[in-house]
Design a protein around this ligand. Structure first.
Ligand SMILES: [Ca+2]
Length: 218
């Protein structure tokens, strides 16, 4: 795997794969494994092709957008999607290196020029896991708290608890945007997230989650 700690980005999967020291320590205490090892152990093929640049490439952080670049890259992405070349290096390069405002402009342009949101076109094969990952990255860029609130909601609402999904969101977003996720969770479910977690989990696991979401300061 590429070095894990080179740049402190604020973008979804970058953040997801580059969590803070405290988060990694909490994860290690509970699972006796390094978070990075688990991530590395679970990627291969096209996923590795996508995740390695997400970890290692430099994402430009400026706020300005280049509209003609957005237009040309929307066109590139559309052509690759039409050709079903989903793991093409151009798609990966655009998603992993462009700034968030630049990508927002590209996605808008895509919608305007081709008549569909890009994520709708990436749903052509709903069961394809690589397409699922691309859609997740795009949803994260557009509105991370919405993406993560949904994962938390589904993890809690199912019979029992989806501990894997809940742990992943809580450990990776704890020091990023957990406040926004909690606000949105409360808005959608009319119950505070810490209360929902208390009801759905027990013991050490409950304490672990509550500590990380900042129980009491909601
Ligand atoms: Ca449940």
């Amino acid at each position: 795997m590429a070095p894990l700690r080179r740049h402190a980005h604020r973008d979804c999967l970058h953040e997801e794969l580059r969590p803070s020291f405290l988060v990694r320590k909490a994860y290690h205490n509970r699972y006796k494994r390094a978070l990075e090892e688990d991530v590395a152990a679970h990627t291969k093929g096209d996923f590795r092709k996508l995740l390695v640049p997400l970890l290692s490439s430099y994402r430009y952080e400026g706020g300005e957008t280049n509209m003609s670049l957005a237009k040309s890259e929307a066109k590139i992405m559309h052509q690759k999607i039409v050709d079903k070349a989903y793991s093409d290096e151009e798609i990966i390069r655009i998603l992993t290196t462009r700034s968030k405002p630049q990508l927002m402009a590209t996605f808008n342009d895509y919608n305007n020029a081709f008549g569909n949101p890009i994520n709708k076109d990436l749903k052509a094969e709903p069961k394809d896991e690589f397409l699922h990952a691309l859609r997740a990255i795009i949803k994260c860029i557009i509105c991370p708290e919405k993406y993560y609130e949904k994962i938390v909601r589904l993890a809690i609402n199912k019979m029992g608890t989806d501990e894997g999904a809940l742990t992943r969101v809580v450990t990776t977003r704890a020091e990023v945007d957990m406040g926004l996720i909690k606000d949105l969770y409360y808005k959608r479910n009319s119950v505070p997230l810490d209360k929902a977690i208390k009801k759905d989990t027990t013991g050490d696991y409950e304490d672990f989650l509550l500590a990380l979401i900042g129980h009491g300061d909601a």
